[in-house]
Design a protein around this ligand. Sequence first.
Ligand code: CA
Length: 382
Amino acid sequence: MKIVEVKVHPLRTPLDTPFAFSQGWVKARSATIVEVITDEGITGWGEAFAQGLEPPQIAAAVISSALAPLVIGQDPLATEVLWHRMYHASRDYGRKGSVVSGISAIDMALWDIAGKAYSVPVHRLLGGAFRTKVQAYATGFYRISGQGEAKRLGEEAIAHYEAGFRAMKVKLGYGVQDDLTVMREIGRSLAGRGVTLMVDTNHAYGVGDAIRLGYGLAEYNLRWYEEPVAPEHIAGYREVRSRLSMPIAGGENEHTLYGFRDFLGAGAVDIAQPDLGSVGGFTACRHVVALAQAHGVQINPHVWGSAIAQAASLQMIAAVPVAHHSVFAEEPIFEYDRSSHPFRQFLVKEPVTQVDGWVDIPQRPGLGVEVDRAVLDKYRIA
Ligand code: CA
């Protein structure tokens, strides 16, 4: 089997109601979708993660101008070989960011092809399923006007609860006092309901405020505190982690084995959150899983992309071992973003759905997605 073509589909759609996370206003949803076509009629799908503020055209340009020529004519089942080929060829201008996201998209598509070629879901190729279903946590609590939205966010918590979620991640990073007011309101809304909470500031603060916020959150028994400081401030992560009792998480903005070597080697986190669409695909995530095991760090993949990225994340989660084995070990949980996203709802025939807060791991070959080309056509950037 040989790769004969790589097609890239940068997608964008404006949001009716823009929302904010701590780094800015998200006015549109975007994604960079990749289609790898073989001479045997098997097509693989992949996605480069477009961060909330990242134009999808960047990874699209990387894929079409730099990466596609490296894989066309090659054996798509040689996933490890092609990963190294792409990484080494782009090292002098890549290593992080959108270039590695482009590699991620192609790698994801190659694993989809392999699963289809062997008629097994990707998790079987990764070594099998530690679990066949995963608890979903609601990601939400974005801001519409900015600060002072505690009352609305308290009501949002009830909506997630009534939809079946028993774990939720609250977006913070809008000022420590505002954050604490929001958490008090959410805590009041959910009192006595047995909901597990996490928080995510998207690296809004320096070490001092990150720790000050952490002290104020001690009463919520958080499962984790995500991205307390900037991703490149590894010493800051370590200081925050040493001063606070709750688990510290991060890694959605880190890339490859090499980036995670520094991050985990420094003792930055308790929980590492590689995103399949930016860490370097399944191949790189598998490297990072092994590294994390060696450091006693739990892997809990991050996902905020389209239905394709969600499908990839579920396949990876099935195959992630726990870092701290016990009879009642804490299992990884699946990020279920509750904000509006047409590429999640309409791009594939069977989108991810949660029932009572749980999601089944798809057992169809490859990623298990069937893409609706009309949706690609509708949202493709000209
Ligand atoms: Ca995050």
